[in-house]
Design a protein around this ligand. Structure first.
Ligand code: PGA
Length: 253
């Protein structure tokens, strides 16, 4: 069975103390994850080790970094390398979030470089893709995301790509309260899987989890996750509220 993930993206929110309270509330909610399910917390860099210590004992709970640098090491003041994250046992790294692409000018090529470093380290990348509103309105979203996949992922071997997680996040639905309908999400996820299948074959494409992101909340998670090609969610705003995120985790199939 394909892996399913409920991934929290805290972004640049919460003090350490607020984060601790949130993790305490979530871990005390007695959530029983099945073997193919994970709850992942993409917390700010300074909290990674602390969050790991809070999640010990919660089976299937993991931390993720929200980003990494696209070079191995060296004179890049303020950046964090994959090797550093590996050395503190981080198992997931989110890359290519639309906020990184937009505000920090991250290119598809830089993301390809990041993917290589992450896979080399044996870490799972959560690769974000998704179209802006103008592209959705023009009806060219399928081509747009296909280019994102092609330019950042298609240099990978079948064995490598089967180790990644994809998050489809339509930019017009992020933090806006607008959610893609479950039908729109399923349509795009099926398109992504078909594109991966065309490149790598269906056996490989069928193993790759594809998460939906963009205003996922307790009230819509079960409906979104019930779609055959939606394998969980990457959640911003609602992941900062314990009751919301607990319900979202429990909505995994
Ligand atoms: P949102 O953010 O759930 O607040 O829309 C999702 C994301 O950016 O990952």
């Amino acid at each position: 069975m394909r892996q399913q993930l409920a991934a929290a993206n805290w972004k640049m929110n919460l003090t350490l103390q607020q984060g601790e309270t949130l993790l305490n509330e979530i871990t005390s909610a007695s959530i029983e994850l099945l073997a193919h399910q994970k709850a992942v917390f993409a917390v700010p860099f300074p909290y990674l080790s602390f969050a790991q210590s809070k999640l010990i004992g919660s089976k299937g709970f993991e931390v993720a970094a929200q980003n990494c640098y696209h070079k191995k090491s060296g004179a890049f003041t303020g950046e964090v390398s994959v090797e550093m994250l590996k050395s503190i046992n981080v198992n997931y790294i989110v890359i290519g979030h639309s906020e990184r692409r937009e505000y920090f000018n991250e290119s598809n090529q830089q993301l390809a470089d990041k993917i290589n470093l992450i896979l080399e380290a044996g870490i799972t990348p959560i690769f974000c893709c998704g179209e802006p509103l103008a592209i959705r309105e023009a009806g060219t979203q399928n081509d747009f995301v296909a280019v994102q996949l092609k330019e950042s992922l298609y240099h990978l071997s079948a064995e490598q790509i089967s180790k990644i997680v994809i998050a489809y996040e339509p930019i017009w639905a992020i933090g806006t309260g607008l959610t893609a309908s479950s039908a729109q999400a399923q349509e795009m996820h099926a398109h992504l899987r078909a594109a991966l299948s065309g490149q790598y074959g269906s056996a490989v494409a069928n193993t790759i989890p594809i998460l939906y992101g963009g205003s996922v909340k307790a009230a819509n998670a079960a409906e979104l996750f019930s779609q055959p090609d939606v394998d969980g969610g990457l959640v911003g705003g609602a992941s900062l509220i314990a009751t919301e995120f607990v319900t979202i985790i429990k909505s995994l199939k």
